[in-house]
Write a protein that binds this ligand. Structure first.
Ligand code: SAM
Ligand code: SF4
Length: 473
């Protein structure tokens, strides 16, 4: 869905750099925000307005504990009021870790000879997909190093394999990508394979800091990366994900820059990013980084809450890099998607045990619960795990915006679809304990639907129990 918020039209040009470090610094160097300023900005966000850079800076410049508490409560309320209890689940799948870049925070960097390099063969990929389907996954993000072997044709081939391989009732219904920036033609090639979101993180938006961390290879070109998602849009790929790697530079700067990137895409292409990611740097093989910009848990939850308020209709992803307890907490502040049952070693899903070997993965993860454990614990918190892919398959792109702006959209579509995909999971893959909790949560959520929707959902659940699959609204 196209959307142009009048007040955010700015004179950006497509395919041109848009980050002005001085401008951002200027906003951040203002005096601490007053409680009244903070309250006003929170109220604007709760009133369904996306925040300007100036308003975002007011939240970032709030330093007294009362204001910080209000920001968190504001994010909690926004999440509760707009998005409800639904959490979308996915899994990452590493396809190859060869890399010709030298990003000093990453275990895959070219100079790291200790890293075991591997690219999945087509057969190995098919086996990984089957293993993921056996776990109940429906949504994947494929991840690649930046290497001549991983060209657009290769990426497209792996996407097609992921969609093609089906086992039992299992199938992958949405394949997202996290890979190097491509040229316009390259983006067209991967779009033609039917990808969902193309995700690229700028790592740090600060141009000088960027230079320090990216020593060699194509990724050393800051502008080429910054404008990559413009090229995706030019290629007709309007479902894109942005992100920053927190720990490389001042977290406040990165939050401002993520909002600025959102402004840019909206100004030039009438559509903001589908998702925002905010990974924190984790331990990696040969990681040599000081802790000058380390982001504490306290600041991390603050930044997630501020992002939620700043871009209320953008999906927010938090991965298994973070420990379970922190993920649970941040779900309350507006995270909308998490991965579950994650393995990041090449070929990890077909191995029995999770390995915590720095030389077999890009970094260490801190949540190694199985998908069933994640679902089970979400249900304990009365959350509604969802594997829904309906919008994307019905061409209803920009669903986060619709959830936000179309009255009743969540009740009419998202919640019922979450229940249907959860029902499939409960019938096909869940442990007995999870299934019991899952049906209880579904029944509770059913009661909140209109009578007609209730009937329709009950009817579809009955059909799922009898063996039908892939039913949605
Ligand atoms: N090679 C592609 C690229 O650089 O765009 C694909 C991305 S890489 C496989 C996925 C992401 O992992 C990177 O964009 C970076 O943000 C993140 N990452 C790299 N090293 C990390 C670390 N030590 N801890 C946490 N995240 C890390
Ligand atoms: Fe390569 Fe990406 Fe790691 Fe950089 S972050 S070394 S490009 S895999």
């Amino acid at each position: 869905m196209k959307f142009k918020p009048e007040s955010y039209r700015i004179p950006d040009e497509p395919m041109k750099s848009f980050i002005d470090a001085e401008e951002i610094g200027g906003y951040l160097n203002r005096s601490p925000s007053t409680t009244e300023e903070v309250e006003k900005v929170i109220a604007r966000s709760l009133d369904k307005h996306r925040l300007t850079l100036e308003e975002t800076a007011i939240l970032l410049n709030a330093s007294d504990s009362g204001s910080i508490q209000h920001i968190k409560e504001g994010a909690r309320e926004l999440k509760r009021k707009i998005y409800g209890k639904r959490v979308v689940l996915f899994a990452p799948l590493y396809i190859g870790n060869k890399c010709s870049n030298e990003c000093t925070y990453c275990g895959f960097r070219s100079s790291n000879k200790a890293q075991l390099r591997k690219t999945l063969t087509d057969e190995e990929l098919a086996k990984e997909i089957e293993a993921l389907e056996d776990n109940g996954q429906k949504r994947l993000i494929l991840v690649y190093g930046e290497h001549a072997e991983y060209d657009p044709a290769f990426i497209a081939k792996t996407v097609r394999i992921a969609y093609r391989v089906k086992k039992g009732n299992g199938e992958i219904r949405r394949v997202n990508i996290n890979a190097a920036p491509l040229d316009i033609e390259g983006f067209r090639t991967v779009k033609a394979a039917g990808i969902g979101t193309y995700q690229i993180f700028q790592e740090t938006y600060h141009p000088e800091a960027y230079k320090k961390y990216h020593l060699r290879g194509k990724k050393a070109d800051y502008d080429n990366r910054l404008t990559a998602l413009d090229r995706a849009q030019e290629a007709g790929l309007d479902d894109v994900g942005i992100g920053a790697l927190f720990g490389l530079y001042d977290w406040r700067f990165e939050v401002m820059a993520l909002v600025r990137h959102t402004n840019h895409l909206e100004a030039c292409y009438n559509v903001g990013p589908h998702t925002i990611s905010f990974p924190r740097v984790k331990d990696a093989s040969m990681l040599h980084m000081g802790d000058r910009y380390f982001v504490s848990d306290e600041d991390f939850s603050r930044l997630v809450a501020i992002l939620r308020l700043a871009v209320p209709y953008t999906g927010m992803i938090l991965t298994a890099r973070e420990p379970a307890a922190l993920r649970d907490e941040l779900l309350q502040f507006g995270v909308s998607q998490i991965d579950g049952g994650t393995r990041i070693e090449l070929g990890g899903y077909t191995e029995k045990e999770q390995q915590h070997d720095l030389n077999k993965g890009q970094f260490l993860i801190h949540d190694d619960r199985s998908l069933d454990e994640v679902v089970d614990e979400l249900l304990d918190q009365e959350m509604l795990p969802s594997f829904c892919t309906a919008c994307y398959r019905l061409g209803r792109t920009g669903e986060h915006f619709m959830e936000f702006s179309v009255p009743g959209f969540i009740k009419q579509f998202c919640t019922p679809n979450a229940m249907l995909t959860l029902s499939e999971y409960l019938v096909d893959y869940a442990s007995e304990q999870t299934a019991e909790k899952g049906w209880r949560v579904i029944n509770k959520n059913l009661e909140q639907l209109s009578e007609q929707r209730q009937r329709e959902v009950r009817d579809r659940i009955a059909r799922i129990r009898q063996g039908e699959r892939d039913l949605y609204f």
